[in-house]
Write a protein that binds this ligand. Sequence first.
Ligand SMILES: CC1=C(CCC(=O)O)c2cc3nc(cc4[nH]c(cc5[nH]c(cc1n2)c(C)c5CCC(=O)O)c(CCC(=O)O)c4C)C(CCC(=O)O)=C3C
Ligand SMILES: [Fe+2]
Length: 407
Amino acid sequence: MTVSPPSAAQTAGPTGDPTVPGYDAVLLAGFGGPEGPDDVMPFLRNVTRGRGIPDERLVEVSHHYQALGGRSPINEQNRNLQAALQAELDVPVLWGNRNWAPYLADVVGQAHTDGQVRLLGVATSAYSSYSSCRQYREDFGMALHSTDLVGRVRIDKVRPYFDRPGFRAPFVDGTAAAIASARAAGVAVPELQIVFTTHSIPTTMADTSGSAELGDHGSGGAYVAQHLAVAAAVIDEVAARVGEVPAWQLAYQSRSGPPSVPWLEPDVNDVITALAQAGTRGVIVVPIGFVSDHVEVIWDLDREAADTAQAAGLFFARVGTPGTDPRFVAELVALIRERLAGPDGSAGGLAGAIRRPDFCASRCCVNARVTRPTTAAVDSAADWQGLDVDGERLAASGIPGVCATSP
Ligand SMILES: CC1=C(CCC(=O)O)c2cc3nc(cc4[nH]c(cc5[nH]c(cc1n2)c(C)c5CCC(=O)O)c(CCC(=O)O)c4C)C(CCC(=O)O)=C3C
Ligand SMILES: [Fe+2]
């Protein structure tokens, strides 16, 4: 079926003009996770459909989920975040996922039935990159496409919020507390190292994260720059509180993909091993790439990285993620309220050009492998032009049955 390309006004939805303020509901967009052992393989196939992830990797990851009882805590964490946001907001707060029920398409269809046609999306991911930002905008586009609601429902998105102090505050608290517990365990600050972590992504995805127009592309792109900025800001705030702080670096975790494809390095486990060899006595791992303690955190860090540290004889502490910390919830509420009042009404966040616009720039975080309809960017209408969603253009890119939002 060929998608009839909507005009810019149609993509903007019932209000016609994407700069007209006002939303009928907030739509929290999550990654999704399995709820029981039988869900694990179907969930992993949803995540990796058409992405060239080797089968051995899927089997290995399925063991992590099975060892945790066949379920991820992520859906419950997102339900809790939904409830915490709802407690502060008058508009309804809906929740849907990319990879598991409740699927975004079903939630958007229900919203339309309920008369909610102007939705403000909030992704459970703080940074710019294809996986962490644009793919959520594609999820919105695919949800509109598969429910036949293109031009009848509008879905905008709150910009990446990595730079906001309420996102950082829980990491600052946790890092200061971890330094205190290391000292109590007899490891002095100069013997400690702070390792900030985030999800590794292919280097090509990193290099094209953010927008060429905004000067983001090349050498790790907006994705790496944003993490380095957050890490530096956390360190400054910890230093203001505790004085002397350990040396720090940024490392990556949870790599998938075949070894032939370069992903961001170094891996957190390699960093820990090398630090031990260089005489470091303790590591504090701070997962600034994640908003809740889901499987990438509790398996890849609390099990694997902790084991690596233990084998090397190091003190190890892993700092908690924002979750439903009141400061994080308040920060999201502030971002949502600003958008309810109108776009670009906000200040705050880290200084300079690093702040993201409310509507993503042209071709922001574009993925060369596939073109899907998006929402919430200045060029979203153009993303639909000539797009044959089930047919040739996507088949040529090797992605069959592209409407994966609701299998
Ligand atoms: C940037 C990023 C974030 C952070 C931003 C965000 O939160 O969105 C993130 C989060 C998450 N990733 C998660 C799980 C998985 N990610 C995978 C695979 C991949 N992740 C990627 C990137 C990211 N992932 C990429 C480039 C791939 C390769 C395949 C592809 O190009 O898409 C795979 C496949 C198996 C494997 O290889 O590990 C799984 C199971 C879970 C859920 C955990 C739970 O269930 O509790 C969460 C929150
Ligand atoms: Fe992932």
